[in-house]
Design a protein around this ligand. Sequence first.
Ligand code: NAD
Length: 290
Amino acid sequence: MTILDGKQTSADIKAEIAEAVTEIKNKGDKTPHLAAVLVGTDGASMTYVGAKVKACNLVGFESTLIELPEETTEEKVLQVIEDLNNNPEIDGFIVQLPLPKHIDEHKVLMAIDPDKDVDGFHPTNVGRMALELPTFLPATPYGIMELLERYEVETSGKNVVVIGRSHIVGRPMSILLSQKRAAGDATVTLTHSRTKNLKEITKEADIIVAALGIAEFLTGDMVKEGVTIIDVGITRVDDASKKSGFRLAGDVHFESVSKKAEFITPVPGGVGPMTIAMLLKNTLLACSRK
Ligand code: NAD
């Protein structure tokens, strides 16, 4: 069994990006600049945004964090986005999701200039991804593709089962893995909450991408020997032995599944760190495109 080490791989990618930034600076070109918009004080969102800003500093990017109070109006958020779209200093920006309920997420994502949409959530970029045109790939699926590629996990002709059909993980994963590309060419089955007999389907899978958000859902009896496991889930589970009072659990029951797996991502230290590295990669791309 080989651990697909997202922590190490993301560190490698960040080192590559840092090197590219040094070159950019030596040439006197513009330093990549990522901005993040955070509305409200959701604990997990604050942690994620904090990690993104820290990663920017690590690789030598400029970063701007715009923190808005929970009660900020939709109009104000749209104004902030308009300002970022028009600010030539900013190469790319993200709006941390989820947004407070009174703000229409779709409207906000639609307002982002597709050329600065480094999360790859704008319909223009989703369409470009589906059509295999150059674009910003959504960071989590992009990170998974990169992990598969760097560990040379064979995907061509393999039976892949994706669990979960969200716009940010499951759906794009199913599209990318089925495309003619590196870490692609797979035969993909996209499963979801209405799927019947999921266990019969997962037992046939060569590769499983678990992205449903239910802690330790996928167990050893649901997979075959030699399977490759990508665990996207991050759920906070109460744990009195931790100072924080919780631990992070994936969607995979690691102990039972890892016994049968050829490759497996851990949680934490698997897909999570890759997501941030790919956001940086998209920002570098946004800057170099100018
Ligand atoms: P989501 O809630 O938007 O979607 C969950 C999907 O799972 C839905 O499509 C639903 O149909 C499916 N589902 C629910 N119950 C199911 C069941 N019993 N059987 C089969 N399918 C079922 O979730 P999301 O935004 O895609 O996130 C999924 C998980 O991944 C969450 O734990 C989230 O925190 C995590 N996540 C991690 C990263 C990362 O960087 N590692 C990034 C994004 C999301």
